[in-house]
Design a protein around this ligand. Structure first.
Ligand code: CMC
Length: 431
C-alpha cells in the first residue's frame, strides 16, 4: 500500500472523520475508507465501481485521459512492437523483463506444459458440436482442478507457480480443441518445435491429411493480438478472478470464473458482437442509419467496439490493432475488404459525430481485432476464446499478486438495501 501522506475530512451530522488519502505512483489519489463503517457506521455506494479502487497493484496502469496503457511501466505500443507474448507474460508474472537465460527457461517451461491430460479429450467430446467455444472453455478450464491435483493448494507458492505455467501453456490447446470439435475435425496435439502463437495456429488450422506451414507473418500478427490483450488492470473479469480467489478457491476455478465474465458483450464478447455488427451494416451507405440507432435513447443498440469505462481517449491497443489489420489483410491479399472498409468509415463517422465526441467514445481494442481474426480464418465464435487465452496471464498475475499479499481478505461488498423490513410470514390460505 502506498504511503499515507494526506487525508480528507468527512462530516456526517456534524461529526468529522479523518480518512487517509494514499498517493499512488501514477493515477489519482485514493481515499481509504476501510475504517469508515467501524468509525462512522455508514457504507459507501458505488455500483459498477466507477470510483472504487478494489485493491493495490503494481502490474498494469491505464491513464484513460491520455490513452496510455503500461505493463510494469512499459507502454503497450513498445511491447507490441518490440517484445512478444511470452516475454510479456514473464514481465506481467515476475515484474521485470527477463534476461535471455530467464526467457529461455520460461519459454521452455511453457512449451513443455502445453499437452492436456488425455482424459480431458472426453470432456470435449461430451459437448454438443454447436456449443459456443466459450461455454466449452468455462467447463474444461474449471475441470482442470479435477486433473491437476498437485497444483491446487494455493497456500504453496510452488503449486501456485505450476498452476500459472499450466494455465498459460494449456489455454491455447483448450481453445484450439474447442474450435476443432465445433467443425468436426480431429484434435491436433501441440508441437514443441513451434512458438506459442505458431503452435496455436497449427492446432487450429492443420489437419492430419496434409502438411500445414505456419506463416511467420501471421504468427507474428497472432502473437501481437495475444500481447495486446494480456492484461488490463481491474476490469470485470480480472475483478471476478480476484473475488473468486478471495474465498480461497483453486486457481482453475478462479480462471473459469474469469472466462465466464469475459464472455459478456460489454466485455470480451464485444469482439464477436463488433464483427457481427460490421457484417450487419454491410456497406458504407448504411452507416448513418446505425450511427442514428446508437444515439437513440429508445434503441438498445450500441456501437460495439466503441467506448470504454476507463479510456476517454483512443484505446492505445486499438491504434496498434488498426495498423495490424492493414498489414494482415495486405499479406493475405485481401484487397478492398468490405468489412474493413465499413470499419474505417464507421470509425470516422463516429469520431466526427458530436454525440460520440461529447461522451468521449473512441474505438476500443475490439473494434479491429475481429477484422484481423476473420481474415486469418477464425469464425466469430472463436474471437472471445482468443481474448480469454490471451488474458489468462493477466488473470494469473493478478491472482498471484493477491495471494502474495498477507493482508488480503475475502471480498464481501455491502449494499444499499431498499427491500421490505421485517414482517411476519403469512400462511398460504390467508394470502
Ligand atoms: N454506443 C453508443 N453509446 C454509448 C456506447 C456505445 N458503444 N458506449 C457508451 N455509450 C453511451 C451510453 O449510452 C451512455 O450515455 P448516457 O450518458 O446518455 O446515458 C454514456 O455513453 C456512458 O455509457 P455507460 O454505459 O454509462 O459507460 P460504461 O463505462 O458503464 O460502459 C462500455 C463502458 C464499454 C460497457 C460501453 O462503452 C459499451 O457498452 N461499449 C460497447 C461494448 C464494447 O465495445 N465493449 C468492449 C470494451 S473494451 C474490451 C474490454 O476491456 O473488454
Amino acid at each position: 500500500m502506498a504511503e499515507e501522506n494526506k487525508s480528507a475530512t468527512l462530516t456526517i451530522d456534524g461529526q468529522s472523520y479523518e480518512l487517509p488519502l494514499h498517493s499512488p505512483t501514477a493515477g489519482p489519489d485514493v481515499l481509504d475508507i476501510r475504517k469508515l463503517y467501524a468509525q462512522a457506521g455508514v457504507f459507501t455506494y458505488d455500483p459498477g465501481f466507477t470510483s472504487t479502487a478494489s485493491c493495490d497493484s503494481t502490474i498494469t496502469f491505464i491513464d484513460g485521459v491520455k490513452g496510455e496503457l503500461l505493463h510494469r511501466g512499459y507502454p503497450i505500443d513498445q511491447l507490441a512492437g518490440k517484445s512478444h507474448y511470452l516475454e510479456v507474460c514473464y514481465l506481467l508474472l515476475y515484474g521485470a523483463l527477463p534476461t535471455a537465460a530467464e526467457l529461455e527457461t520460461f519459454e521452455s517451461t511453457i512449451t513443455r506444459h502445453t499437452m492436456i491430460h488425455e482424459q480431458m479429450y472426453n470432456f470435449f467430446r461430451g459437448f454438443r458440436r454447436d456449443a459456443h467455444p466459450m461455454a466449452i472453455m468455462v467447463g474444461v478450464v474449471g475441470a482442470m482442478a479435477a486433473f491437476y491435483h498437485d497444483s491446487t493448494d494455493i497456500s504453496d507458492p510452488v503449486q501456485r507457480e505450476i498452476a500459472s505455467h499450466r494455465l498459460i501453456a494449456k489455454m491455447p490447446t483448450i481453445a484450439a480443441n474447442a474450435y476443432k470439435y465445433s467443425i468436426g475435425q480431429p484434435f491436433v496435439y501441440p508441437r514443441n518445435d513451434l512458438d506459442y502463437a505458431g503452435n496455436f495456429l497449427n492446432m487450429c488450422f492443420s489437419v492430419p491429411a496434409e502438411e500445414y506451414q505456419v506463416d511467420p507473418i501471421l504468427s507474428r500478427a497472432m502473437d501481437r493480438i495475444f500481447t495486446l490483450h494480456a492484461d488490463h488492470e481491474q476490469n470485470a473479469s480480472t475483478s471476478t478472478v480476484r473475488l473468486a480467489s478471495s474465498s480461497g478457491a483453486n486457481p482453475f476455478a478462479c480462471i473459469a470464473a474469469g472466462i465466464a465474465c469475459l464472455w459478456g458483450p460489454a466485455h470480451g464478447g464485444a469482439n464477436q458482437a463488433c464483427l457481427e455488427m460490421l457484417k450487419e451494416i454491410g456497406s458504407v451507405d448504411r452507416i448513418p442509419e446505425f450511427i442514428a440507432r446508437a444515439k437513440d435513447k429508445d434503441d438498445p443498440f450500441r456501437l460495439m467496439g466503441f467506448g470504454h469505462r476507463v479510456y476517454k481517449n483512443f484505446d492505445p491497443r486499438a491504434t496498434v490493432m488498426k495498423q495490424s489489420a492493414d498489414e494482415v489483410l495486405d499479406l493475405l491479399g485481401v484487397e478492398n475488404n468490405p468489412i474493413l472498409a465499413v470499419a474505417k468509415e464507421l470509425e470516422q463517422a463516429a469520431l466526427n459525430d458530436p454525440y460520440f465526441a461529447e461522451k468521449k467514445l473512441f474505438p476500443n481494442v475490439d473494434f479491429y481485432s475481429g477484422v484481423i481474426l476473420e481474415a486469418m480464418g477464425f469464425p466469430t465464435s472463436m474471437f472471445t476464446p482468443i481474448f480469454a487465452l490471451s488474458r489468462t496471464v493477466g488473470w494469473i498475475s493478478q491472482w498471484k499478486e493477491q495471494l502474495s499479499d498477507p493482508a488480503h481478505k475475502i471480498g464481501r461488498p455491502r449494499q444499499l438495501y431498499l427491500g421490505e423490513t421485517e414482517r411476519d410470514y403469512v400462511d398460504i390460505e390467508n394470502r
